[in-house]
Design a protein around this ligand. Structure first.
Ligand SMILES: CC(C)(COP(=O)(O)OP(=O)(O)OC[C@H]1O[C@@H](n2cnc3c(N)ncnc32)[C@H](O)[C@@H]1OP(=O)(O)O)[C@@H](O)C(=O)NCCC(=O)NCCS
Length: 167
């Protein structure tokens, strides 16, 4: 893993987070820019929400002067459907920094924080053509519990996962 620091994002990180998400936008199905009110609003709502936040991974050693230092992000909504659950609303890593354990580190840190807050279940979903994400969730303790056939297009299913924390 590169020299990476993980921290909670602040409102001042809004524009660098948006610029980072734009880099990976088209890898999402559908792209994040096509969902709801777009990336800027999505990020702002998560940064300012009472029960939502992002953890970001930053690399201060690389040549990221133009794009900023963000190389990965995970976002969550706490107390999502019940008071002891949470939902991962975003996870992505810079294309040049993948397969180095950055998502795993972000997810582990998120889980640590959520457990400290008394969260017992963590939910996430992905789509059936996203091999990297399916492998990631499968190898990090998430169990698929619902598949919505053709939800995102012809033969592109939505797969819902959940992870129950052991206390
Ligand atoms: C999915 C994604 C976030 C993974 O981030 P990452 O930092 O590269 O993941 P990690 O290095 O922490 O990988 C941890 C494990 O996930 C699995 N994994 C991650 N990327 C993989 C890939 N391309 N192919 C197969 N397995 C993969 C592996 O099991 C890996 O463990 P290993 O390296 O010991 O084999 C990244 O590929 C990404 O940003 N994709 C585009 C956005 C996206 O699809 N987000 C998820 C939406 S639900």
């Amino acid at each position: 893993m590169p020299e990476t620091k993980i921290r909670k994002a602040r409102q001042e990180d809004h524009s660098s987070l948006c610029r980072f998400i734009e880099i990976v936008d088209n890898e999402f199905c559908p792209p994040l820019s096509m969902r709801g009110n777009g990336i800027e609003k999505r990020v702002w709502e998560c940064l300012t929400g009472k029960h939502s936040y992002y953890l970001i991974a930053e690399d201060h050693s690389g040549p990221y002067d133009i794009l900023g230092t963000v190389i990965g992000v995970i976002g969550c909504n706490k107390f999502w459907r019940k008071e002891n659950d949470a939902y991962i609303n975003l996870m992505c890593v810079h294309p040049l920094q993948r397969k180095k354990g950055i998502s795993r580190a972000l997810c582990q840190e998120l889980e640590r924080e959520l457990m400290n807050d008394g969260i017992k279940k963590l939910y996430v979903c992905t789509w059936s053509t996203n091999d990297a994400a399916m492998r990631f969730y499968g190898s990090n303790g998430f169990i698929p519990y619902c598949i919505m056939k053709n939800d995102r297009g012809n033969r592109v299913d939505t797969i819902h996962y959940r992870k129950t924390f052991q206390s």
